[in-house]
Design a protein around this ligand. Structure first.
Ligand code: CMC
Length: 431
């Protein structure tokens, strides 16, 4: 095994660390014994150079703009698969055959309903609550229906209880959060519908009439779910795994993931993109906002641009742009000006020196908001849809971690910059 040498200039000692090779991508230096050997910690706030784990699920080459799930290119999956099939792939490692897929879908449809007691939780939320606040609460509340006392989540059976219940129930919970915000009755799932059609049904049907979405709408939602399904060790996935590393209930861990996704630098960006496009208003204002985005003193950023990992086009944005055009042409001419503005903004930003030098390209959220708007959803629901899609990524990565032989609690250390030890001062003697 190749080694890397590190010299400590203070004592002139050299330490060797193993270099580990993955199947693709950069090698890693095994620093698990770094503190033990050197007495120093490794400093990497924001984890820009840290591989927090090994994983077989998703591979990203940020320089080339490549995203693979279990070896399959995201473009191929988006073109040829449906969301349940991609879920099966992420969870199990291979695409299902026909029987396996039918059985998986049947298992999911068997668990789409929520316990009637859960429905009462919704009325405890303010009517104008952000649906993400509701979803964080309701997903976390599932842990009281599936407690560790009854379910051994470290067993295979327990893991599958968590997987199937979360995948099956998240769309129902999300749709009910939306219905609650509208003051409309909850719509129960329909098992004869596909995953995405059923989700649209629960979002848009009412007791007065069933909603029958066009194929273009069902496809657009399904593609959007596929494109958001997993993305390696991103902030929300790492949150789920850190929570899970202590042995916490998986439903509570996923609630933590939903909370982490909510922020505008992560899943909340899709909501911010539409707000930004609305703020820009028309093509004549683009240069003004590009200037603001480049100004260090201005907090304005081009939302939907830039990515921690991609220093090239986000491959998901490429696919979504295509579906966005298709969808708007077929069903929603009203939002075409928004898409035109987005295209123009992309064109101008991509020819600007600042964005070129910093390798800032459109990310998945740049187009997802426009698709969700065309589907008839309000901005407050955009990140909720992302959460539904990403649930499979969270739970696949949690399941992989729980199954590892040497699974340790995640416990980072720090560079302490506070006061050194000092004496306690009696309150009467303090200045
Ligand atoms: N507009 C203007 N400048 C930007 C932008 C942007 N959207 N993104 C990054 N920069 C600049 C940033 O100011 C910094 O400049 P400097 O080096 O001069 O200080 C440089 O580019 C590097 O940015 P960073 O914030 O240090 O990079 P990061 O890897 O920590 O952040 C990011 C990545 C996605 C948080 C950031 O690009 C951003 O805030 N983008 C807008 C929000 C967004 O679209 N988020 C969705 C991410 S994709 C979906 C998901 O994963 O959830």
């Amino acid at each position: 095994m190749k080694k890397i040498k590190i010299l400590n200039p203070d004592n002139n000692k050299t330490y060797n660390f193993n270099i580990i090779k993955g199947s693709c991508g950069p090698d890693v230096v095994d620093l698990t014994s770094f503190y033990e050997k050197t007495g120093m910690f490794v400093y990497d706030p924001g984890f820009t150079s840290t591989a927090s784990c090994s994983s077989e699920i998703t591979y990203i080459d940020g320089e080339k703009g490549i995203l693979l799930h279990r070896g399959y290119e995201i473009e191929e999956l988006a073109e040829n698969s449906d969301y349940p099939e991609v879920c099966y792939l992420l969870l199990n490692g291979d695409l299902p055959n026909k029987n396996e897929k039918d059985k998986f879908i049947q298992t999911l449809t068997n668990h789409t309903m929520l316990h009637e007691q859960i429905l009462r939780f919704y009325s405890g939320f303010r009517r104008d609550s952000h649906p993400m606040a509701v979803v964080v609460g309701i997903v976390g509340a599932l842990s009281s229906f599936y407690p560790e006392k009854i379910y051994d989540f470290s067993s295979n059976e327990g893991k599958w209880v968590a997987v199937t219940r979360l995948l099956a129930k998240l769309p129902t919970m999300a749709a009910m959060a939306y219905k609650y915000s509208l003051g409309q009755p909850f719509i129960y799932p329909k098992n004869e519908l596909s995953y995405s059609e059923n989700f649209l049904h629960m979002l848009f049907s009412t007791p007065c009439g069933d909603y029958s979405p066009s194929k273009a709408k069902i496809d657009a939602l399904d593609k959007l779910l596929i494109l958001h399904a997993d993305h390696e060790q991103n902030a929300s996935t790492s949150t789920v795994k850190i929570a899970g590393s202590s042995g916490a209930n998986p439903f509570a861990c996923v609630a933590a993931g939903v909370a982490s996704l909510w922020g505008p630098a992560h899943g909340g960006a899709n909501e911010s993109v539409i707000q930004m496009l609305r703020l820009i208003g028309n093509e004549n204002n683009i240069n003004k906002y590009i200037k603001k985005a480049k100004d260090k003193k201005d907090s304005f950023r081009l939302m939907g641009f830039g990515h921690r990992v991609y220093k090239n086009y986000d491959p998901r944005a490429n696919v979504l742009r295509k579906y966005c055009h298709r969808l708007l042409n077929e069903i929603d001419n009203n939002n075409i000006p928004l898409l035109k503005l987005a295209n123009k903004l992309e064109e101008i930003a991509l020819s600007d020196d600042y964005f070129i030098k910093k390798k800032l390209y459109p990310n998945v959220d740049f187009y997802s908001g426009i698709i969700l708007k065309a589907l008839g959803l309000p901005e407050s629901m955009f990140t909720v849809i992302f959460a539904v899609a990403r649930t499979v990524g969270w739970i696949s990565q949690w399941k992989e971690m729980i199954g590892m032989e040497k699974s340790k609690i995640s416990r980072p250390r720090q560079l302490y910059t506070g006061k050194a030890k000092r004496d306690f001062i009696d309150i009467n003697d303090r200045k």
